[in-house]
Design a protein around this ligand. Structure first.
Ligand SMILES: NC(=O)c1ccc[n+]([C@@H]2O[C@H](COP(=O)([O-])OP(=O)(O)OC[C@H]3O[C@@H](n4cnc5c(N)ncnc54)[C@H](OP(=O)(O)O)[C@@H]3O)[C@@H](O)[C@H]2O)c1
Length: 302
């Protein structure tokens, strides 16, 4: 199978590329960085730029499925300019892909699209357990961005493709991601929860996320699926578990909300939001998690 990946150079995309190549798939990828266009065995890069509406349509040649992951990082200070880039990179990138497929006038063999979304579509709540049928509202910046992003992704269905939208939780990887910045203080015994520490964190091991993406393609999943492990934990448990996995002491009280808000501004909602998200729909579809529990999941990445 030949898969076209956007965001292939990112945290999730690079693990997906490794796995897909190891399974014998061929990869086309779209990148905004001309320096990363190098061609390797079974892998070819193509240039696109959603902000200038450029896309090399040769990227679609022989492609059976698309995995659409691209978008500017949300882990940057939420200034007006960065917020605009977080939103427009997702809206314009998705629109450019859909419009380019439409311009092929059916002269392609793409059947399935797996598109990234995020659990940020669910408002913070200490009571709710979120399933995919929750009707989102537009009560925060993140909710708005993800709703607009998903709405734009519906364009893939409109051009006749089978669409899976994955609402991704906090991705645990070896490099970067949520674990990256937490590992250093934890190593020095300075790990601490944020705010009350009772906010729920719905996480997923990158290998399970990649497995879910490939399963969605193989089994033609249609619709929205939460991409989270079946065992979300509170932030307090998360930081304690990380310290345990690293065999470090954990004794500090939680860091007050105000400190973090002063340090990183509105983006602090990323660590204070509580989202208890259900993995049941993917499990009912037959997906089996390799890393359903947090402690072994973290240990596998250290
Ligand atoms: N990691 C998480 O915890 C998490 C959680 C929920 C949802 N997600 C979503 O899952 C997707 C993949 O996540 P990730 O962690 O792998 O992201 P990432 O490491 O930030 O990589 C995203 C990729 O998007 C491309 N990109 C960056 N800015 C862009 C722009 N302005 N226009 C077009 N493309 C741009 C880059 O590829 P090039 O430089 O090659 O163009 C980059 O490699 C993202 O859409 C993210 O929002 C991730």
């Amino acid at each position: 199978m030949k898969v076209l990946i956007t965001g292939a150079t990112g945290l999730v995309g690079s693990t997906l590329v490794e796995k897909a190549l190891s399974l014998g798939h061929e990869i086309h990828f779209l990148t905004t960085q001309k320096s990363k266009l190098a061609e390797k065995q079974k892998m070819k890069g193509f240039y696109w730029n959603p902000s200038t509406n450029e896309l090399d349509e040769a990227c679609f040649e022989g492609v059976d499925a698309i995995v659409h992951l691209a978008g500017a990082s949300i882990s940057q200070r939420w200034t007006k300019k960065n917020k605009e880039s977080i939103s427009s990179s997702r809206i314009n990138g998705t629109r450019l892909l859909v419009d380019s497929i439409r311009r092929c006038n059916g002269k392609h063999q793409i059947k399935q699209v797996v598109a990234a979304s995020a659990i940020g579509i669910y408002p913070s709540s200490f009571e709710m357990i979120y399933t995919e049928d929750y009707l989102p509202k537009r009560s925060s910046f993140l909710e708005e961005v993800v709703m607009d992003w998903e709405q734009e992704e519906d364009g893939f269905s409109a051009v006749g493709l089978q669409l899976t939208k994955l609402r991704i939780g906090l991705v645990l990887t070896k490099r970067g991601g949520v674990l990256g910045p937490m590992k250093i203080p934890t190593w020095f015994g300075l790990g601490a929860a944020f705010g009350s520490g009772n906010q729920m964190q719905s996480w997923i091991h990158v290998d399970d996320l990649v497995g879910m993406i490939l399963t969605a393609i193989d089994q033609n999943w249609e619709g929205v699926f939460n991409a989270v492990s079946p065992n979300p934990v509170s932030q307090k448990v998360f930081t304690k578990t990380l310290a345990k996995a690293m065999e470090r002491i954990y004794f500090l009280p939680p860091i007050p909300k105000l400190f973090i808000r002063l340090a990183v501004g509105e983006m602090s909602t990323l660590v204070f939001n509580s989202q208890n998200v259900s993995a049941e729909k993917a499990q009912k579809e037959g997906f089996v998690f390799i890393h359903p529990e947090l402690l072994p999941a973290i240990k596998s990445l250290l």
